[in-house]
Design a binder for this molecule. Structure first.
Ligand SMILES: Nc1ncnc2c1ncn2[C@@H]1O[C@H](COP(=O)(O)OP(=O)(O)OP(=O)(O)O)[C@@H](O)[C@H]1O
Ligand SMILES: [Mg+2]
Length: 348
C-alpha cells in the first residue's frame, strides 16, 4: 500500500515519525478514573506490521480491549503515544467522530447493524450515492468476499450468529479501511463456522493487503490465524512474536500456560522428575510421555475426554502433571505409569 503522509495528520502540531511500524505504541498507558483508579494499560511499547494479522491475547481483565480502543482513538492515552503511519492517532478531543479514518472496529455485539433491513442495504448504506454503479459493484464484491452474497435479500434479524458476524465484517470492509480491528470476533460462532471465517479473513488479508488486529483469549484461534501475537498480563505487554515462537519458546510461564496449557513446575518440583534447574520450568502436555507399568511411580488420577484425545492428570503424590493421551487407549484411572519428559522450557 502507498505510504500516506499528510492525509493521516490530524493534529496540527504533530510531526511524522519515520521508520516506525504501521501502528506504533510507545510508553502507552490508560488509567480509568472510576471509584478507584484502574491502570488498564501500563506503559506498553509495541509495533504492528502492515498486511499481517496480529492477535492480542491475555486473560480476562488484562487490558486487551483497552489497548484496542487506544489504537483506534476511542480512549485518550494517560501517558505515551500511539501512531499510525508515523502520525499520532487522533482522539475525541481532536476529531468530531471518534475512530481513526483508516481503521474500522467490529465489536462484540452487533449494535451497528440494522436488524430489520436487508443484508444488502446494511452494506450498501455505508457507501455514498455519488456513483450508483460503483455502489452496486462494491457491495456485491464485499458480500461475495465474505461469502454472504446469497443472503443479500434477507433481513439481519433472520440470520444466525455466525452469518451476522460475517455481515458485521462486510460492513466494516466495504469502505476499504487499511486496518480492521476486531474484539473477540468469533465468540458467538461455532467451531466449524469459526474455522471457515478465520480462513476467509486470512484470504482477504492476502488478497488485499489489509492489516488485521484482533483481541482473543482463545489460544487455538490465535495460533491458527495470527502472524504475530501480543501477550498481555496485568496491563502490560509481556511478550510479542510469531505464534510458533511463543508456543515453543515462550519467555514467560504465563505465555506457556495461555498458549499450550503447559505444566509449570518450580525447581523443587522439577527435581522430582530428575530435572535439575535453578529456575521455573514449563512442560507442554504433549511432551509428557508415559507408559503403563505396574511399578510406575505415577498414577492416573483423572481422565478428561477431549474428543480425539484425552487429557490425563498423573500424580506421584507430590506432583501433578497434565498429559495427552493420543491415540486413545483403554488406560484406566488408578493405573500406574512411568513418565518421561521429552523436552522442557526454562523460564529465566
Ligand atoms: N470503562 C471502564 N471503567 C473502569 N474500569 C474499566 C473500564 N473498562 C475496563 N476497565 C478495567 O480495566 C481493566 C482492563 O479491562 P479490559 O476491558 O481492557 O480487559 P480485557 O483484557 O479486554 O478483558 P476481557 O477478556 O474480559 O474482555 C479491567 O480491570 C477492567 O475492569
Ligand atoms: Mg475485552
Amino acid at each position: 500500500m502507498v505510504q500516506q503522509t499528510s492525509s493521516c495528520q490530524y493534529i496540527p502540531t504533530d510531526q511524522q515519525k519515520t521508520g516506525t511500524p504501521l501502528i506504533y505504541g510507545e510508553n502507552l498507558s490508560h488509567t480509568f478514573h472510576a471509584k478507584q483508579d484502574v491502570v488498564a494499560v501500563n506503559k506498553v511499547d509495541f509495533g504492528i506490521t502492515e498486511g499481517k494479522i496480529t492477535a492480542i491475547i491475555g486473560e480476562s481483565g488484562s487490558g486487551k480491549s483497552t489497548l484496542l480502543k487506544l489504537i483506534y482513538g476511542l480512549l485518550e492515552p494517560s501517558s505515551g503515544e500511539v501512531r499510525y503511519r508515523g502520525w499520532l492517532v487522533p482522539t475525541r478531543k481532536d476529531k468530531l467522530i471518534p475512530g481513526h479514518d483508516a481503521m474500522r472496529l467490529v465489536s462484540q455485539g452487533f449494535d451497528d447493524l440494522n436488524l430489520y433491513a436487508k443484508i444488502w442495504d446494511n452494506i450498501a448504506s455505508q457507501l455514498p450515492n455519488t456513483d450508483l454503479a460503483l455502489k452496486e459493484s462494491k457491495t456485491r464484491e464485499t458480500l461475495d468476499r465474505l461469502k454472504i452474497l446469497h443472503l443479500g435479500q434477507q433481513r439481519i434479524a433472520d440470520l444466525s450468529g455466525g452469518e451476522k458476524q460475517r455481515v458485521a465484517i462486510a460492513r466494516a470492509l466495504v469502505n476499504e479501511p487499511e486496518v480492521l480491528l476486531m474484539d473477540e470476533p468469533f465468540n458467538q460462532v461455532d467451531a466449524a463456522f469459526r474455522d471457515a471465517l478465520q480462513q476467509d479473513i486470512r484470504r482477504i488479508v492476502e488478497e488485499t493487503g489489509l492489516t488485521v488486529l484482533l483481541v482473543s483469549h482463545d489460544p487455538t484461534e490465535v495460533l491458527a490465524m495470527a502472524d504475530e501475537l501480543i501477550v498481555m498480563k496485568n496491563a502490560k505487554i509481556i511478550e510479542q512474536g510469531p505464534p510458533a515462537t511463543l508456543y515453543y519458546t515462550p519467555t514467560h510461564s504465563y505465555t506457556a500456560q495461555l498458549l499450550a496449557r503447559s505444566n509449570i513446575l518450580s525447581s523443587d518440583q522439577a527435581a522430582l522428575l530428575g530435572i535439575s534447574s535453578h529456575h521455573t520450568i514449563g512442560i507442554h502436555q504433549e511432551d509428557v510421555i508415559f507408559e503403563e507399568h505396574a511399578q510406575g511411580p505415577f498414577q492416573v488420577k483423572d481422565i478428561r475426554f477431549r474428543g480425539f484425545y484425552k487429557e490425563l492428570v498423573l500424580t506421584n503424590g507430590q506432583l501433578a502433571l497434565h498429559a495427552i493421551l493420543h491415540p486413545l487407549s483403554n488406560i484406566a484411572i488408578g493405573s500406574n505409569v512411568v513418565v518421561n519428559i521429552k523436552k522442557y522450557i526454562t523460564f529465566y
